[in-house]
Design a binder for this molecule. Structure first.
Ligand code: IPE
Ligand code: IPE
Ligand code: MG
Ligand code: MG
Ligand code: MG
Length: 311
């Protein structure tokens, strides 16, 4: 047989395997790659001593890796070489991990437990925790600009803006400073969009920008992530009340302790679940104009996981 025929058969088998793969297998496979890449870039950037230990501690504590996974899935939906997105995907997880380290500090949510382990400030003290977070944020961009091979201007700007003062940080500052009596559903949706939705937009629409996708696709993914972002945070707030703490890996009742009026407090747990499910349906509808593929199917199945998860 001619080598071109063998090559065609191999491509066909690969595609067939792809169509048979369910999203969970794909997710587990990509999680392994993400974990390898995180550690690869940590070594490449030659972090040292206590700082490296603290960064590694939080990065390797076992997060779900949803944001880098979404970036990799986006690359596949756009039919791009997924390897191009790896540095961007790791940057997302660096920034997300920094946001969690700072979110847990005594001056913010004051939580002692994260990803199934003592929080960074409990393990290393506040100064090192703050600095590990700072380095994860800045060096997310060091690695992106040093190793990124996509459209750095578009993707880098998207990621910076999504995590900054008109993105995730804006949500965090609203969440920290709002008077509890003012919290209503509209205000909560706004906070949830910024604090959680923006980084999910960076994981989909931002990844697409980094891969130089057309504006129409970026827009679709942006709207998709807006809706899953709201559903993601509502579910996080429900789990804060209903989850098993060991399984959740972070304290149950953190919002209650702070008297935070979250969705399940403003309505009931059941109504909050219905609202989250409504946002997931909207999110799926946003994808109507994306070409059908096995990867689009995985994104649709992943959307349901956001509200069905137990941690
Ligand atoms: C937790 O995010 C913080 C929120 C935005 C609600 P995740 O639930 O993705 O946390 P990890 O990364 O799996 O620990
Ligand atoms: C914060 O939301 C989301 C971030 C931007 C880090 P939460 O404060 O509810 O997140 P958890 O529950 O501590 O993970
Ligand atoms: Mg918080
Ligand atoms: Mg918190
Ligand atoms: Mg929470």
């Amino acid at each position: 047989m001619h080598y071109i025929q063998i090559y065609a058969i191999l491509i066909f088998i690969k595609k067939l395997k792809g169509t048979m793969m369910n999203w969970i297998d794909f997710y587990e496979q990509k999680k392994k790659i993400i974990n390898e890449k995180i550690n690869f870039y940590l070594n490449e950037l030659e972090f040292d001593g206590l700082l490296k230990e603290a960064m590694l501690y939080s990065l390797n504590a076992g997060g779900k890796r949803i944001r880098p996974f979404l970036a990799i899935l986006t690359a596949n939906i756009l039919d791009k070489n997924e390897e191009i997105i790896y540095p961007y995907a790791v940057s997302l997880e660096f920034i997300h991990t920094y946001s969690l380290i700072h979110d847990d500090l005594p001056c913010m949510d004051n939580d002692d437990y994260r990803r199934g382990m003592p929080t960074s400030h409990k393990r290393f003290g506040e100064a090192t925790a703050v600095l590990a977070g700072d380095s994860l944020l800045s060096d997310a961009f060091t690695l992106l600009f040093k190793y990124g091979q996509g459209n750095l201007q578009r993707g880098g700007q998207y990621l910076a803006a999504s995590s900054g003062g008109r993105g995730m940080i804006y949500g965090q500052i609203l969440d920290c400073n709002i008077k509890e009596e003012d919290r209503d559903i509209k205000i909560l949706d706004n906070i949830n969009y910024y604090k959680t939705g923006c980084m999910l937009q960076a994981s989909t629409a931002g990844a697409a920008s980094f891969l130089d996708a057309g504006l129409e696709k970026v827009d679709i993914l942006n709207n998709y992530a807006y809706n899953i972002g709201l559903a993601f945070q509502i579910t996080d707030d429900i789990l804060d009340i209903t989850a098993d703490e060991k399984e959740l890996g972070k304290p149950v009742g953190s919002d209650v302790k702070q008297n935070k009026k979250t969705y399940p407090v403003l309505m009931s747990v059941d109504e909050a679940k219905k609202s989250a499910a409504g946002y997931i349906e909207k999110a799926k509808k946003c994808l109507d104009n994306i070409n059908d593929s096995v990867f689009k199917k995985m994104l649709i199945e992943f959307s349901d996981f956001i509200i069905k998860r137990t941690n």
